[in-house]
Design a protein around this ligand. Structure first.
Ligand code: ADP
Ligand code: MG
Length: 281
């Protein structure tokens, strides 16, 4: 199968590895954002990246997709370095970013690589709409569907490229709690149906525990400098996992502690310094 990647001959539709080696990024040389990130993600693995807001999660993902360049080290996909925008990856964001004047089906079709024969493009779009449960909404416009449906269309568009790596930046962060749970199940269905490696940035520790093979905790060390990997946790148990398991509850508490949140949901360093005025306020 031909590939439209400028940097590799890896065929589409094959899950591939991602290697971060000594990766660093400084927008301002005096204040590096990321330093010394070393991580190998295996083909087909789901790795969740968690960390405080502003610690560099999106930056790391953008670099993996070739949307930004590191100032130190490198990232390779399937053994070849990522240079510019990389056709082996597809990126999904918190907002669906659909074209409002196009139908849901036509938005998904935007993800199909150029040069794909029309009949197989149409069949591919129909299959993906089916996979994400949007077959009946194919001819609707984005404004006519719910936020969850728009996000499913956005996932289908990303998959239309048959990416070896799916890069998702808080993809369910804007959805209500129930829709979010359904989307998590959908992502597992997609992962079972489409051979792809998944790098998932999320704010939600429970989401990471439910979906990931491993969870990477990104953050600044005690010196407060650039962020790096503080911890990598292998999540026990096969998916779908029991959301109520005691083992996961323990892991959840330890990851929240790593994020600076105690067992009662208080952010470290805030509760002790904030004075709540006595009633009446
Ligand atoms: N293009 C950019 N130019 C300058 N600073 C940036 C740019 N992109 C991100 N940053 C800075 O890098 C840091 C990490 O940002 P980001 O990767 O978006 O964090 P996160 O996704 O973890 O919230 C922030 O301090 C942000 O302001
Ligand atoms: Mg971000």
């Amino acid at each position: 199968m031909p590939s439209d990647s400028a940097t590799s001959t890896t065929p589409a539709g094959v899950a591939v590895s991602v290697d971060f080696a000594g990766l660093g990024r400084a927008f301002d040389p005096a204040k590096p954002v990321l330093a010394d990130v070393d991580l190998r993600v295996e083909p087909g693995e789901i790795v969740a990246i968690i960390g405080a807001s502003g610690c560099g999660k999106s930056t790391l993902l953008r670099i993996a997709g070739g949307l930004d360049t590191p100032t130190a080290g490198s990232v390779s996909i399937d053994g070849t370095p990522v240079a510019t925008f990389d056709a082996r990856t597809a990126v999904g964001f918190q907002e669906p970013r659909l074209l409002p004047w196009r139908s849901i089906a036509d938005n998904v079709a935007l993800g199909v690589p150029r040069g794909t024969p029309k009949a197989s493009a149409r069949a591919g779009v129909a299959r993906l709409l089916d996979l994400v449960g949007l077959a009946d909404a194919a001819e609707q416009r984005p404004r006519e569907v719910s936020g969850g449906m728009a996000q499913r269309a956005s996932l289908a568009r990303a998959l239309a490229r048959r990416p070896g790596v799916l890069l998702l930046d808080e993809p369910f962060g804007a959805l209500d709690a129930l829709t979010r749970l359904k989307m998590q199940d959908l992502l597992l269905d997609i992962h079972a149906a489409e051979p792809t490696t998944v790098l998932l940035v999320t704010h939600d520790v429970d989401e990471a525990l439910q979906l990931a093979d491993r969870i990477v905790l990104l953050g600044r060390g005690d010196d407060g400098g650039a962020a790096s990997i503080l911890e990598i946790v292998t999540v026990p148990g096969r998916r779908p996992r029991d959301r109520g398991s005691a083992e996961l509850a323990e892991l959840r508490a330890s990851l929240l502690a790593g994020l600076g949140i105690d067992r009662h949901g208080h952010a470290r360093g805030i509760a002790s310094t904030t004075t709540i005025p006595a009633f009446p306020y």
